[in-house]
Design a protein around this ligand. Structure first.
Ligand code: ASP
Length: 372
């Protein structure tokens, strides 16, 4: 028996996972139901599917970690958990895991989710504090509760109850990012319609009572870029044709405390549908979660659209309302066809490996550029 990270995944001698046994049983049950449905693709219940791990950005170590686990446990869920965990450990781009994107008080908080295609079950955490293993806590929410998402300090309490260690997510680097931001009069800043002027001064803020705030101008967050704002979004398909997806991020730099981005929201940060495919997103989550673009892309694929066109259509819907939007969407179908679309970033790389490949590959997509 060996252990990854904490006791998140425990492999016994046969290579099967012990603590997620209930999930396996759930899958067998779902499998049995699926077999009775006339529209089920026979290949989905056979052990012959083309395996796949694909993720946002050039986080190739995460792809490798997911792929290696897929070869050992043949579980798409395990691959997504371990792949995302790799980025949490490596602090990919400083925007996944501990020590990045300090909020207005200097604290790093984490968002993560995991979704299982066969059961359509989801576990997620938002604004998770003082626990590094966000994707594994998300999986524990799925495995050990009938809820979908836990947030904030209560999510931390749950994590500790489940045996995850408590630790400080602040590093010298995140402390420095925070100090620099304070030194620059708290710029950039996510507040609006408050006093003192949040474009010039630090808080605390009070609402401007005289202003008509019934309808404020819809704006995207202009200063989001690939350098300060990424998420690992990963999709895996195992040899049984089971699809899983997940995300992990420390969100937006200098966010208002309590802010939860799109990443842990089902259909926004990630979405998978058994027999159809999956999609994951990265970028300006405050805008993206208003459009649930991962759900949108998967729905388009379910009506016959190819992943590339589905990703483009879902992103175009966002740009239509928010031309300043910056972000990307990655989509894949059950046959391993993949596609991505992105806006207002220089280029969007994604990384993958399938059973046809002997190594991890990276593709960089050209992005559209729009503004108003
Ligand atoms: N979408 C994430 C968020 O808004 C961050 C990112 O992917 O850039 O929290």
């Amino acid at each position: 028996m060996f252990v990854f990270g904490r006791n998140s995944i425990i492999f016994n001698q046969t290579g099967s996972t012990d603590i997620y046994a209930s999930n396996r049983n759930q899958f067998k049950f779902q499998d049995a139901i699926s077999k009775t449905k006339s529209n089920v693709n026979k290949a989905q219940v056979e052990d012959s599917f083309q395996e796949l791990v694909i993720n946002t950005w050039s986080f190739s170590n995460a792809t490798k970690a997911g792929w290696n686990v897929l070869q050992k446990t043949h579980s798409a869920l395990d691959a997504v958990e371990i792949g995302c965990m790799q980025c949490e450990i490596e602090q990919c781009d400083g925007t996944v895991g501990y020590g990045g994107s300090p909020d207005e008080t200097g604290e790093t908080t984490l968002d993560a989710m995991i979704m299982d295609g066969p059961t359509h079950d989801v576990g997620a955490v938002g604004d998770l504090r003082r626990v590094k293993q966000a994707i594994s806590v998300a999986r524990a929410v799925m495995t050990h509760t009938t809820h979908t998402m836990l947030v904030g300090d209560a999510a931390t309490s749950f994590a500790l109850e489940m045996g995850f260690p408590e630790s400080n997510l602040t590093t010298m680097k995140s402390r420095q990012i925070y100090e620099n931001w304070r030194g620059a009069n708290c710029q950039p800043n996510f507040h609006r319609n408050v006093t003192p002027d949040p474009k010039k001064f630090c808080g605390p803020y009070k609402p401007i009572p005289s202003r008509n705030t019934d309808r404020v101008e819809a704006t995207a967050n202009k200063y989001i870029s690939k350098d300060n704002h990424d998420t690992i979004g990963m999709i895996a398909i195992d040899s049984k044709g089971r699809i899983a997806g997940g995300t992990s991020t420390n969100g937006a730099n200098h966010k208002v405390p309590g802010r939860v981005g799109d990443s842990p929201i089902t259909g926004a940060g990630a979405y998978v549908e058994q027999g159809v495919g999956g999609a994951v997103s990265t970028g300006d989550g405050d805008v993206m979660m208003r459009f649930v673009p991962s759900f949108h892309a998967v729905m388009l694929m379910s009506s016959g659209m190819k992943p590339d066109a589905a990703a483009k259509t879902a992103v175009a819907k966002i740009i239509n309302k928010y031309p300043q939007f910056s972000g990307a969407l990655l989509a894949v179908d059950m046959n391993g066809n993949m596609g991505a679309a992105c806006n207002n970033i220089d280029g969007f790389p994604y990384t993958y490996r399938t059973s046809k490949d002997s190594e991890v590959k990276t593709v960089t997509v050209k992005c559209s550029h729009s503004n108003s």
